[in-house]
Design a protein around this ligand. Structure first.
Ligand code: UD1
Length: 365
């Protein structure tokens, strides 16, 4: 069996690591990686392939940054060319990025069956590019690997046949388990100059938070306030660095927050485990925090990972000018997530996914 897997953005490199590991033990399956080039900086891409021991992509489409239409269009053309040559039995896409949608659409039009990992998530915010990508991808996929029972229910509510939907849990949980064994806490603490359970780990990168100057400023002013109480370590996405520099705000915040370049997945998991609190707008980090036992303040208006809010492990804080935003973040330090049952499976999603793909013959493609 030949599988082509299309990836392009940082979280997708992480999510395919458990699949690669399982497939090492299954020589009858040939996995071929297509990197769209959506993320291209060394620290956003190559570092992850090294860190997670991923095989070199057979193809890199080098699409780079541009508008959504241009980026997605270039990916569509590139992926179609690859699929015409490779003629795989399955196309796997992960998550909700432009690379996800382009990969799924190119394959579907060529009648190559599409499997979507991380299906059924919804923010119900139609203005969010990821929401458009995930809805469209789900509705053209032949097999949908959902992360939880509520994701399964959502897909069925939208009219997708339950025969195509499998609750396999969250593959990110597998990925965290994979790297946790190899972490050397003391080395990471020294490298980033942090003390165990005495700092806040933050990431901000979503366009809704970075592209609106007022909202960006609100978030960073709150972080400044928070940094009077705890050191704030901030591995910054290039989009956010650019936005702060454009707004001539970078130096103001750089003085008081520990702003650093993006870090590897292994270091990020170590930092998650050591942090007293995670503050983020990232989808992935909301769950990594949970898997590493840290409470998490989510700086967004809504989240796809509602279960963690309902369980009281994570708290949603909508960015606003209100000065209470810093207070709300500081209060989150006291939330706990110990002894909470994982709503996203048992950390063995990758095995389940491969078993299902090997056995779904007869399912409508
Ligand atoms: C993308 C995904 C998002 C995911 C995120 C993880 C979409 C619509 N969004 O957002 O779901 O959470 O990746 O990081 O697909 N840039 C660089 N170097 C890079 C990559 C990006 O400088 O290697 C800068 C460019 O200025 C670019 C901007 O970041 O314009 C945005 O990059 P893009 O890939 O469009 O989306 P992300 O914000 O990274």
């Amino acid at each position: 069996m030949k599988i082509v897997c299309v990836v392009g953005a940082r979280p997708q490199f992480v999510k395919i690591a458990p699949l690669v590991r399982v497939l090492k033990k299954k020589p009858m399956i040939d996995l071929l990686i297509v990197h769209t080039g959506q993320h291209y900086d060394e620290l956003m891409s190559a570092v992850f392939f090294d860190d997670l021991n991923l095989p070199e992509p057979k193809y890199n489409l080098h699409v780079g940054s541009s508008t959504h239409a241009q980026q997605t269009a270039k990916m569509l053309v590139g992926v179609e060319d690859v699929l015409r040559v490779e003629k795989p039995d399955w196309l796997i896409v992960v998550g909700d990025t432009n690379s996800t949608l382009a990969g799924a659409l190119a394959a579907k039009k060529l009648r190559i069956p599409v499997a979507h990992i991380e299906a059924g998530l919804r923010s119900f915010n139609e203005y969010q590019p990821e929401e458009i990508n995930r809805r469209l991808t789900d509705h053209i996929s032949n097999v949908l690997f959902a992360t939880s029972s509520s994701a399964v229910q959502q897909l069925i509510t939208e009219g997708i046949s339950s025969k195509k939907v499998f609750d396999v849990g969250d593959i990110m949980c597998d990925a965290v388990g994979l790297v946790k064994q190899n972490i050397k806490m003391s080395g990471v603490a020294k490298k980033y100059d942090v003390t165990n359970k005495a700092f806040i780990l933050t990431t901000i990168h979503r366009p809704e938070n970075t592209d609106d100057k007022e909202r960006l400023q609100c978030i960073f002013e709150s972080l400044l306030e928070v940094s009077k109480h705890y050191p704030v370590l901030l591995p910054l996405h290039p989009r956010t660095t650019e936005a702060l520099k454009r707004a001539k705000l970078f130096d103001r915040y750089d003085k008081h927050l520990k702003i650093i370049k993006p870090v590897s997945f292994t270091d990020m998991i170590a930092l998650n485990t050591m942090a007293q609190l995670i503050v983020t707008d990232s989808g992935g980090l909301q769950k990594e925090a949970f898997y590493c036992g840290a409470p998490c303040a989510v700086l967004r208006d809504e989240t796809e990972w509602q279960e963690l809010i309902d369980l009281g492990c994570n708290k949603l804080i909508a960015p606003s000018r209100d000065t209470s935003m810093a207070d709300a973040i500081l209060e989150s330090v006291h939330m706990l997530n110990v002894n909470v049952a994982n709503p996203y499976g048992d950390g063995h999603s990758a095995e389940k996914i491969i078993d299902i793909l090997l056995n779904v013959e007869g399912l409508e493609a």
